[in-house]
Design a protein around this ligand. Structure first.
Ligand code: ARG
Length: 460
């Protein structure tokens, strides 16, 4: 087999080297983008009369056939041709003869691979965004179904204040909305064409970079050919956005693992989103949530790996850069899978609303409301806090909750307490009165739901 750089060489590559340097096993995933990039380049070469119109047409026809071969599973992939770019080019020459050898005029694999990856990242970022939207939609649906369900809100994993379940679910909607923003921003930086940068210094041929950029749907061209072939920031940005998004999924899953325990008992996973134990017949394990949480390590690893690969690379292209692809592909595959299963898991979750309602009646999550009650009657909040603290201690010692104390008992701690206190510390009131903007009050949560639904429908 002759390599495409055969001229300079008198010896074939060692077999171990061939396997070591080859990226074909993973970069074949770029075939579509590679062919798109080559078609645009060939058209440009023809338009600029760098090659004949006949050759340009033959190249485009050959590439179209190659695309069909690959999609039909008939393409002869050959590892000795190192990567997807050389495989396609070699096949083109086989199919259409010497005209195929003109495709690589005014181009290098350095600008070629960079172009392919830019196109791939743009496509996949959009696909990831659609999946983020699906999960956001599932959260909004579940929130809308459970508008009046009250549950304990936590800080330090200790009961804090009563909240609406919908409020809790919508918090994840907004996290994911920031992920949408980050992904959209990443896509902007991927939306720039390196094609025409050549190996690194540009080319002596009269190419038209604006034309190829436009053919490929890029918003701009890199102003500096050296930067164009060695920039991988857009991949790092994607990985960083992916890592943050996956962290959000992991937090949600951690929550669901906790909630599905007997100790919380707030949710039950649908059978289709859980598994059993090989020994303990009673078990229903939240494996899907656990695996999503576990996969977070992979995406963080992908980001760290690429940051590390890039840190010591002088300008311009070095083969280290070939290491970008597996990290990128792994992160995209992992994030897409995690978004998909998380959306399904959320959509099918069963909320144990009775258990949640009971929980807020058997805790001190209304203590702040009692302090607020006293403060509204003129007691400085710090003093009110002290009074309620003492009352809570009394209740713990007496084995009861605040609402379980009779009025005389409560009044021993503050004469400001009246009969209306029981209404004031009922969980429904605690939620109802949190009318501040963005608070858990029903009207505020309703406003959030409307905002969220508007955002989602604007994207459709
Ligand atoms: N397989 C290479 C990569 O993924 C393509 C670019 C090769 N360029 C080169 N000068 N060796 O980065």
């Amino acid at each position: 087999m002759t390599k495409l750089w055969g001229g300079r060489f008198t010896k074939a590559a060692d077999k171990t080297v061939e396997g070591f340097t080859s990226s074909l096993a993973f970069d074949r995933r770029l075939y579509k983008q590679d062919i798109r990039g080559s078609v645009a380049h060939a058209r440009m070469l023809g338009r600029q009369k760098i090659i004949s119109a006949d050759d340009a047409a033959a190249i485009e026809q050959g590439l179209t056939e190659i695309l069909a071969e690959i999609e039909a599973g008939d393409f002869p992939f050959r590892r000795e041709y190192e990567d997807i770019h050389l495989n396609i080019e070699k096949r083109l020459i086989e199919k259409i003869g010497p005209a195929g050898g003109r495709l690589h005029t005014a181009r290098s694999r350095n600008d070629q691979v960079a172009t392919d990856v830019h196109l791939w990242v743009k496509d996949e970022t959009a696909a990831v965004q659609a999946l983020v939207s699906d999960l956001q939609g599932a959260l909004v649906d579940r929130a809308a179904e459970h508008k009046d369900v009250i549950m304990p809100g936590y800080t330090h994993l200790q009961r804090a204040q009563p909240i609406l379940l919908a409020h809790h679910l919508l918090a994840y909607f907004w996290m994911l909305e920031r992920d949408q923003g980050r992904l959209a921003d990443t896509r902007k930086r991927a939306d720039i064409s390196p094609l025409g940068a050549g190996a690194m210094a540009g080319t002596t041929f009269p190419i038209d970079r604006a034309f190829t950029a436009q053919e490929l749907g890029f918003a701009a061209v890199y102003p500096n050919s050296m930067d164009a072939v060695s920039d991988r920031d857009f991949i790092l940005e994607f990985l960083a956005a992916a890592a943050i998004c996956q962290m959000h999924l992991s937090r949600l899953c951690e929550e669901l693992v906790n909630w599905s325990s007997t100790e919380f008992g707030f949710v039950e996973m649908d059978d289709s989103y859980s598994t059993g134990s090989s020994i303990m017949p009673q078990k229903k394990n939240p494996d899907v949530a656990e695996i999503v949480r576990g996969k977070t390590g992979r995406i963080y690893g992908d980001l760290m790996a690429l940051l590390t690969v890039l840190k010591g690379i002088p300008l311009t292209y070095h083969s280290d850069l070939q290491e970008d692809k597996e990290r990128l592909f792994d992160a995209v595959d992992t994030l897409k899978a995690c978004l998909t299963v998380t959306a399904g898991m959320v959509a099918t979750l069963k909320f144990n609303t009775g258990r949640m309602a009971k929980a807020v009646r058997q805790d001190f999550s209304n203590a702040t409301d009692l302090a607020d009650y006293l403060a509204k009657r003129g007691l400085p909040f710090r003093e009110a806090h002290e009074v309620v603290g003492k009352l809570v201690l009394h209740c713990i010692q007496a084995g009861k909750f605040l609402a379980g104390c009779d009025l005389a008992e409560l009044q021993r701690f503050s004469s400001l307490i009246g009969e209306d206190v029981y209404h004031a510390i009922a969980p429904e009131t605690c939620v109802e009165l949190r009318t501040s903007q963005g608070g858990t009050g029903p009207a505020e949560v309703e406003a959030q739901l409307t905002m969220a639904a508007t955002i989602i429908s604007a994207r459709m």
